[in-house]
Ligand binder design. Structure first.
Ligand code: SAM
Length: 250
């Protein structure tokens, strides 16, 4: 469980995230998942989706018949995931502090979720937790944003316009501290009365070098570590720009 005082920045934008980011990342990254992760799992494998959000990728795992568990620190994103995928198991937990009794045959963490860990020691702790819940030799597949991805953030506002929701987001990046900050402002139309309610969120991410990520994995006990640029992984969509895909074996 996250600390009782912890409030995930994703809670405020859970409904927007669930709707506006649906079907954006997965179609672009599916070929990479197919080739580098699913191909190494046996039918019905027990798979952990760490930082699963509202279950956009978890849905794909469930569709393929894996025995899926999703974990995320946002209680409201998990509520969306549970509603959509009642057959899957979900836990509200912090990726830096979790354990399971039964080991997993594979795990993944998608859409730069691990960049949300803001210190290198947090990243190391999360990798150690992950290593402990995986069967020996099991793959852990994840992607993270590198400098190039964050440097694209030019402070321009993007608009998300869907029935009942209107949202804007912009990314800012400090090259000095390698800290990225996404500001999100959105308006949700109330079901009764038609008035609009404003919600705000700031999501921060930290950029690590490939060497730091690999050192943290080795320190956590992962053995073979394969890394792929987006193009090598088969991701041609702009979402792959500056994104690295890593497969590490426990
Ligand atoms: C960009 S979203 C990606 C969600 C999902 N993996 C997907 O592909 O749609 C990042 C996710 O990381 C989760 N997250 C951030 N920090 C976390 C932490 N310390 N423990 C667990 N989840 C965390 C957020 O709540 C959010 O759901």
């Amino acid at each position: 469980m996250p600390h009782p005082d912890f409030v995930s920045p994703y809670d405020a934008i859970a409904a927007l995230y669930h709707r506006a980011w649906d079907d954006w990342y997965l179609p672009a990254v599916r070929p990479a998942l197919e080739r580098l992760f699913f191909s190494g799992l046996s039918d019905g494998a027990r798979v952990l989706d760490a930082c699963c959000g509202s279950g956009h990728v978890t849905r794909e795992l469930a569709r393929r018949g894996y025995d899926v568990t999703g974990l995320d620190s946002s209680a409201l994103l998990i509520a969306h995931a549970r509603q959509e995928l009642p057959q899957a198991k979900f836990v509200v937990a912090d990726v830096r502090d979790f354990s399971f009794r039964e080991p997993f045959d594979g795990a993944l963490s998608t859409f730069d979720s691990l960049n949300h860990l803001l210190t290198y020691s947090d990243l190391c702790v999360a990798f150690r937790c992950m290593r402990r819940v995986l069967r020996r030799g099991a793959p852990f597949f994840f992607d993270m944003n590198l400098d190039e991805a964050y440097e694209m953030d030019l402070g321009q506002w993007m608009k998300y316009d869907q029935e009942g929701y209107l949202g804007f987001s912009r990314g800012l990046y400090s090259k000095a501290t390698h800290r990225a900050r996404t500001e999100i402002v959105w308006f949700e139309q109330q079901k009764t009365g038609g008035l609009w309610r404003r919600k705000d969120a700031i999501v921060e991410e930290q950029c690590y070098t490939v060497e730091e990520i690999e050192d943290a994995l080795r320190g956590a006990g992962f053995s073979r570590i394969d890394r792929y640029s987006a193009l090598e992984a088969g991701v041609t969509h702009s979402i792959g720009y500056g994104r690295i895909f890593i497969r590490a074996f426990a």
